[in-house]
Design a protein around this ligand. Structure first.
Ligand SMILES: Cc1ncc(COP(=O)(O)O)c(C=O)c1O
Length: 472
């Protein structure tokens, strides 16, 4: 249990901070109407894979914040890289042929790591900006090559690509669209490749993948191949539920894309930098993207930065077009920001020097074994994952794969019970509990994570039984 009892002074300071938060702060992805009644969790510091709140309670952060803090919360070398950069060149832009050493080094490094040959790297500040940039590049590219009709982007239901206008449109999650008047036109959604939820009874993963690829082809034909510009996919879908694609899915989908000259955008914002066991999820699943977006673990989440890698085919057309217009009319004030770029360069250096990916790979079988074992829990319909990311999907009727009534808040109860155990996990896309710990997690910490999560599930089960939420 997270048993430390805060002192009266800490409690009073927290109460004041909480009141100020409620009075002044508009929270992202939060029920704003409920916020005044919910005591906010105020995180004050971090240490390795743990964080501590403003009342001195310690939590194992099993989500790396929001899937990003790969090197844990107290890496002094990253802090020093940021501090050194702030003291040398705290800000400069990269418009109009300007550059800085850190941005150049980072672009070179990323090209050397790319899963397929890439030509250039564009920098932004978030995954959303990177994906918006990818959409604009697809549109610009098709104008440049004289195919101005090829503008529709195909995404998948349950995808998450961010919240800016184009990225939110690409996302296939209802709350990201509802009452924002999204998606914009030119964005289409096709089937979600989640075998547990959407396969026909008895359908193999391969047959399911074939059916989805056939449906994609039919959709492209129905829309008109001359109107479809790109397909965007997370290798493993993150916020939609940590959905690992069925066997042969990407192979079959890519064959369709190639047939109709549809570009592939790989959204590696979560998967990039070894989350799925390889440097990029594209390598894990054999994707050959024309455009690749990355963020989060690019800087271990320490500073905002994202990257968009483009193939030479895309770059050559875009560059020629910008020559005609006189500029490539896109970029952010902080594209290639020298502080963010310096921290990202250091992050990539640490991954290599400390053999972070090798250690993560060594610890993956234990992580996956403990994760999969949760599949036997009476509350869990499916346990799934890959590398050091995973999820458990709760089910009110395990045999019939029937979810709980979302209004009962069973997933939220697991999160609350985990918090009481000193564990931070997240509920996503219905009653799905996700885990995505820092890549530096040690074997004993993996056991601690799953011991705590098991106790939280048991406690939730007792409550669900009392409330008669489970199928008889
Ligand atoms: C796969 C994926 N793409 C894009 C984004 C958006 O990134 P950001 O929140 O940095 O805009 C996220 C965020 O979680 C993500 O998981």
């Amino acid at each position: 249990m997270n048993a430390s009892i805060p002192t009266a002074a800490l409690q009073a300071a927290h109460a004041e901070r909480a009141a100020n938060d409620i009075a002044a702060h508009l929270h992202p992805f939060t029920n704003l109407a409920a916020h005044p009644q919910v005591d906010p969790l105020v995180i004050e510091r971090g240490d390795g894979i743990y964080v501590e709140d403003d009342q001195g309670r310690r939590y194992l952060e099993a989500m790396s914040g929001l899937w990003c803090v790969s090197l844990g919360f107290s890496n002094a070398r990253l802090a020093k890289a940021g501090s050194d950069a702030l003291h040398t060149l705290p800000c400069y832009h990269t418009f109009n042929h300007r550059s800085n050493a850190a941005a150049i080094a980072l672009a070179e490094k990323l090209l050397s790591m790319a899963p397929v040959p890439m030509s250039k790297v564009f920098f932004a500040n978030s995954g959303s900006e990177a994906n918006d940039t990818a959409v604009k590049l697809v549109w610009y590219y098709h104008n440049a090559i004289g195919k101005p009709g090829k503008k529709k982007i195909i995404a998948r239901r349950n995808a998450y690509h961010g919240v800016t206008v184009a990225a939110a449109s690409l996302s296939g999650l209802v709350p990201n669209h509802r009452d924002f008047d999204l998606p914009i036109d030119r964005v289409l959604h096709v089937d979600c490749p989640h075998h547990y939820r959407y396969a026909e009874p008895g359908e193999t993963e391969e047959a399911f993948a074939t059916r989805l690829a056939d449906a994609l082809e039919q959709r492209i034909l129905a829309e008109g191949p001359d109107t479809v510009g790109a397909f965007i996919a997370e290798p493993v879908m993150g916020a939609g539920g940590v959905l690992v694609p069925p066997a042969t899915y990407f192979e079959k989908v890519q064959a369709v894309l190639r047939k109709y000259e549809v570009l592939l955008i790989a959204d590696e914002v979560i998967c990039g930098f070894c989350r799925t066991g390889e440097m990029f999820g594209s390598t894990t699943f054999g994707l050959r993207p024309d455009i690749l977006t990355a963020a989060k673990a690019l800087s271990s989440g320490y500073v905002p930065i994202s990257a968009v890698m483009v193939s030479e085919q895309v770059h050559a057309a875009v560059a020629a077009n910008s020559g005609k217009i006189g500029t490539f009319g896109h970029g952010f004030t902080y594209s290639g920001h020298p502080v963010s770029a310096a921290v990202a360069v250091k992050t990539l250096e640490i991954y290599k020097r400390d053999k972070v990916f090798e250690t993560a790979a060594k610890n993956t079988p234990q992580f996956q074994k403990r994760l999969m074992a949760l599949g036997d829990h009476p509350l869990v319909g499916e346990a799934r994952g890959m590398g050091l990311v995973g999820a458990i999907e709760l089910a009110g009727d395990k045999r019939a794969k029937k979810p709980f009534d979302p209004k009962k808040g069973v997933g939220a109860a697991v999160v609350r019970n985990a918090e009481a155990e000193g564990l931070i996990v997240r509920v996503i896309a219905g009653d799905i509990i996700s885990v995505c710990p820092p890549l530096i997690i040690k074997p004993a910490e993996i056991d601690e994570l799953f011991d705590k999560l098991s106790r939280a599930l048991d406690k939730t089960l007792d409550w669900a039984k009392r409330e008669q939420l489970l199928a008889a």
